[in-house]
Design a protein around this ligand. Sequence first.
Ligand SMILES: *Cc1c(COP(=O)(O)O)cnc(C)c1O
Length: 393
Amino acid sequence: MTKDWSQRTRSVHAGTRRSQYGELSEAIFLTQGFAYENAEAAEARFIECGEDEYIYARYGNPTVRMFEERIAAIEGAEDAFATASGMAAVSGALMALLKAGDHVVASKALFGSCLFILENVLGKFGVETTFVDGTDLAQWEAALRPDTKAVFFESVANPTLEVVDIRGVAELAHKVGALVIVDNVFASPVFSDAIAQGADVVVYSATKHIDGQGRVLGGVVLGTTEFIRGTFEPYMKHVGAALSPFNAWILLKGLETMSLRVNAQCDTAQALAEAALDHPKVARVLFPGLPVHAQHDLATAQMKRPGTVVSIDLAGGQEAAFRFINALKIVKISNNLGDAKTIITHPATTTHQRLKEEQKLALGITRGLVRISAGIEDTADIVADIAQALEAI
Ligand SMILES: *Cc1c(COP(=O)(O)O)cnc(C)c1O
């Protein structure tokens, strides 16, 4: 039934569980515990917890379960497990799977905290990571070894918007039996088909497009029933980065409007990328939806639409970037993305400040680079705001 529905219909209806009141909008079950009829029922629940039965909110909760089932249906995954944040999902997926002596291959263009987990946390426990240029399949092939347990990459990298070939990497990784774990935030559940393209595990920071209104932190790990129930759940239910039922409810309602929001955001991203392209103050525009993007063809084949984030490299370096940012009237300066509000950030001095200068340059994070996450305001208003700020440089 759910399988025959289009993604937009699943976004509104999948996973809904109704109480005896038949409430139309999903209920928030703001409870950590569940009362049993008698001692025998409690014992039975601990021996085998049924499909719609709960023990403790760290293991599961009806509102959290509705969110997990809805996002799994949208993504086409067998199952999902929600977490307190995107980083709890990323670190949990890796930690649950890996042990000392295992090898990982990862793209080097990663969100700072993902890099920290691989280098500092997993490194401390004896997991070795080889970093490659994620866009170069030959580098993936050369780095993969018989003891490689997992590959990890962002399907679209932050903030330079390089696209990794999911099918290509998955084919190589599966030859050595490695699990393909994809951080799919920039592609969003709306535009990506990562599981159909070979990803074994997909991770989202639900803080971004899934909430989409800047309210809560959340995360989710999606994959086969075997991975979610056999590998991830036993780890996470004891480690304890459980999603609050209140936040799950926010995210569940966020999923209802996600497709509308993300498509509107993509319209604006495409329009502002095109408007900035030939401007004399602009050195480069990075957006997978532009034919000049190095992986435009791959992005077109791999994603339904090119996403909601545009990076612009200003010819005048940091001084020009700061003037541009400070001249914006509608666009807000913040480091979230996927929000209803259009947001700008200067990666070199904020999100990627701690990287060494040569690391920044190797990743394409120049002093003139600004990252813009398109919101759901009127496209013409945002394009006009960007245009007047470019004039102000
Ligand atoms: C934001 C983000 C994360 C971390 O998510 P949180 O919800 O902030 O913990 C991980 N990966 C990517 C690509 C992100 O953009």
